[in-house]
Write a protein that binds this ligand. Structure first.
Ligand code: ADP
Length: 472
């Protein structure tokens, strides 16, 4: 359908976004190396962060109780009350609060005070008896940013990611900060566990999964950002001080959940594909040079990569030439982060005549009128970006399963719990990811024994389970 120069250019871009089998195998090997190094040493820029979470057991599905959970993600702040029924099921009430953009770049007191107020409102509305009796509810706190965790209920922020940047918060204990503001407002809640959304996803899927598809070996997120967690032998986590390991072993602990922070895989770009547009997106981001894997995979970045390429094609005189100068392009196309990855879901599967559905979406979302040819360009670029994203997603999953010998043995099946809008809603994301897994060292046989399931409400239920985890 495309002709001439435009076609050649689009093919060239598609080539730059293609991911080979050879690359996938090399990346998996390198991931294992970085993960192993991260279990041994702290502060090595080549290693993965591999954060010990102090979650030392995995739920069985028989747990019971009413708990609170909060989740400070990339876009929303959720407050949730979870009733665990003890039979793999749960009931959930939740309030979703969009995080005001100015709070993402203000002070820690402003952000944590706002969170405490939202929790206060929620508890008054849903747990009035706790307010009257003064009985404190346990709460798990999902804080999806890199933290240095020192116990189940304390951890200091190492750095921000996504759209957040509150410098005075770095190095502070986020549990203490929140508890301080809760106490100041006399909210009957105790923050009992600091959870990461991936850890939560792992626990939630372990609770709800009925083992038919194997034990849950990985919890992962593909939403605004991307990350994963798994259970590691305590003996392998040699960067944990020997005294702590001995103390845990004396209590019978053998394993601990590790938050890999795989969004930061290969920040030195030893193996990851790197296009001009990846570099542009990285420069525009709040944390240039960090989270380079995430910037090629997750929802916050895919739309922006597409926007960058479209701008370049315009500058090269290949599309949107009805706009004489760049400052005449629709404002939203000129504004960073304004092309939402959600729209790419529609471009990906648009099979309407002349891509009319995409035409409408582009007009609504970007105020951008397009020709059929331009929409074909957009669809092909969308597919190239998403295909690379989902193929890269195969790397950490395959690497962790290989590294932990999860698929060793006859007829062993394993479950991977996944959460996040990209993996849940992007058409074909899971299938493309599985195709790439089959090309790694796991091969098609390994891939067939792997089940990727969406952990619905994973991070909320998981955080509640974290708050209980000392009692499993
Ligand atoms: P969070 O990670 O912030 O907790 P989500 O899991 O909902 O929240 O992820 C939000 C990200 O997912 C945003 O970057 C958004 O652009 C993207 N997104 C939302 N819906 C879709 C969709 N249908 N297809 C692809 N990406 C989506």
């Amino acid at each position: 359908m495309l002709t001439g120069e435009v076609r050649t250019r689009v093919e060239d871009i598609e080539k730059q976004f293609s991911v080979s089998e050879e690359f996938l195998k090399k990346a998996v090997t390198f991931f294992i190396e970085c993960a192993d190094k991260g279990l041994k040493v702290k502060n090595d820029p080549e290693a993965l962060l591999m954060i010990p979470t102090f979650v030392t057991s995995i739920p069985t599905g028989k747990e019971k109780g009413v708990l609170l959970a909060i989740d400070l993600g990339g876009t929303n702040f959720r407050v949730v009350s979870v009733a665990l029924n003890g039979d793999h099921t749960f009931d959930l009430v939740q309030a979703k609060n969009p995080i005001p953009v100015d709070l993402m770049k203000g002070t820690s007191d402003e952000l944590f005070r706002w969170m405490a107020e939202k929790i206060h409102d929620f508890v008054k509305e849903n747990h009035s008896n706790a307010v009257e009796s003064g009985n404190r509810l346990k709460m798990g706190f999902t804080f999806s940013f890199p933290i240095d965790q020192t116990s189940l209920d304390s951890g200091t922020l190492t750095r921000w990611s996504k759209h957040f940047n509150i410098p005075d918060c770095i190095g502070k204990d986020v549990v203490k900060l929140l508890q301080y503001h809760l106490d100041a407002l006399k909210v009957p809640v105790v923050v009992s566990a600091l959870a990461n959304d991936t850890v939560g996803t792992l626990l939630a899927r372990s609770y709800t999964g009925a083992d038919k598809e194997g034990k849950t070996k990985i919890g992962c997120i593909f939403g605004t950002g991307t990350n994963g967690a798994y259970e590691e032998d305590l003996d392998n986590i040699t960067k944990l001080p020997q005294s702590i390991r001995n103390e845990l072993k004396a209590k019978g602990v053998r394993k601990m959940v590790i938050n890999t922070e795989w969004g930061s895989f290969d920040n030195k770009l030893r193996v990851l594909p790197n296009t001009k547009w990846d570099e542009q997106v990285d420069k525009l981001s709040p944390n240039p040079g960090f989270h380079l894997f995430e910037k090629r995979v997750s929802g916050m970045f895919m739309g922006e990569i597409l926007r960058q390429i479209l701008l370049d094609l315009y500058r090269e005189g290949l599309i949107l030439q009805q706009y004489r100068t760049e400052d005449k392009l629709p404002h939203r196309l000129r504004t960073a982060w304004d092309l939402d990855t959600e729209a790419m879901s529609l471009f990906e599967i648009d099979d309407s005549t002349d891509l009319k559905a995409s035409e409408l979406k582009l007009e609504q979302m970007l105020r951008l009128p397009t020709t059929v040819e331009e929409r074909v360009v957009i669809q092909r670029l969308t597919r190239a970006i998403a295909h690379r994203s989902s193929s890269l997603a195969a790397v950490p999953i395959s690497a962790i399963l290989l590294k932990s010998h999860a698929l060793d043995g006859h007829n062993v099946n394993v479950d991977v719990g996944a959460d996040g809008s990209v993996v849940e809603f992007y058409p074909g994301f899971r299938t493309m990811m599985r195709d790439a897994i089959a090309q790694t060292q796991l091969g098609p046989k390994g891939e067939r024994r792997l089940h990727v399931n969406i952990a619905k409400d994973g991070s909320s239920v998981g955080a509640a389970l974290c708050a209980l985890s000392s009692e499993f």
